[in-house]
Write a protein that binds this ligand. Structure first.
Ligand SMILES: Nc1nc2c(ncn2[C@@H]2O[C@H](COP(=O)(O)OP(=O)(O)O)[C@@H](O)[C@H]2O)c(=O)[nH]1
Ligand SMILES: [Mg+2]
Length: 208
């Protein structure tokens, strides 16, 4: 299938459920792709952009529920997209952060249906501590990673190319399977590339 076919299915994404912990997530069957990034990296915006739905990833974003893990069905319930909360909320107590990190690690390493990690990082300051931790766990879980350098509209063309090359160089040192692209929810840049990766990872070609 090509990206246009994938995009038709991805547009039909629906909200499935919010879970407070990964222990309450859907059965570990089918195919799952996770979106991760520090808070404010642009996860919700990217999910809304790629699905062409204005409110999809924000629908459950009510105060006090910011730490919920949101699941979406892509085409059918056996293909899921997950919005994993990032760290970075100053008001979250340290103990909770540590508990959440352990959960994240367990999820990335042990979740069988998880076929890939989409890691979003702001193009102006890519690969911070959170991102490196996620990459480390993805490597442990033998999980391919697709990096989105988000908010690429914030930099001029030349500067964003430089950021792309520099980040790529850094990633190569880590020795894990990865791909990387520019993304802008504002300018709708990078939808085709992202749809292709998601479609392949979710095996959308086999949906009837
Ligand atoms: N300029 C620009 N701002 C963006 C883009 N994507 C997200 N933002 C802004 O960045 C902030 C955080 O975005 P959000 O999607 O909620 O991030 P999340 O916390 O990772 O879900 C919001 O104010 C968005 O409007 C983008 O592509 N370009
Ligand atoms: Mg969000």
């Amino acid at each position: 299938m090509n990206t246009t076919d994938y995009q038709k299915i991805i547009r039909q994404t629906t909200f499935a459920l919010s879970a407070p912990t990964l222990k309450l997530c859907p059965d570990d069957t089918g195919f799952e792709v996770a979106f991760a990034g520090r808070s404010n990296a642009g996860k919700s915006s990217a999910i809304n952009t790629i699905t062409h739905q204005k409110q999809l990833a924000r629908s459950s974003k009510t105060p006090g529920r910011t730490q919920m893990i949101n699941f979406f069905h892509v085409g059918d319930p056996s293909r899921r997209m997950v919005d994993l909360p990032g760290y970075g909320y100053a008001q979250v107590p340290e103990g909770m952060k540590i508990k959440w990190q352990k959960e994240l690690e367990d999820y990335l390493v042990n979740r069988q249906s998880l076929t890939g990690l989409i890691l979003l990082t702001d193009i102006r300051h890519p690969l911070k501590y959170f991102d490196e931790q996620m990459l480390h766990w993805a490597k442990d879980g033998k999980l391919p990673v697709h990096i989105l350098l988000t908010k690429s509209d914030k930099l001029k063309f030349g500067a964003s190319k430089t950021a792309l090359l520099n980040t790529e160089k850094q990633l190569k040192k880590l020795g894990l399977p990865f791909s990387i692209q520019l993304f802008s929810a504002l300018n709708k840049i990078g939808i085709d590339e992202l749809s292709q990766v998601m479609g392949d990872w979710l095996d959308l070609a086999s949906i009837q």
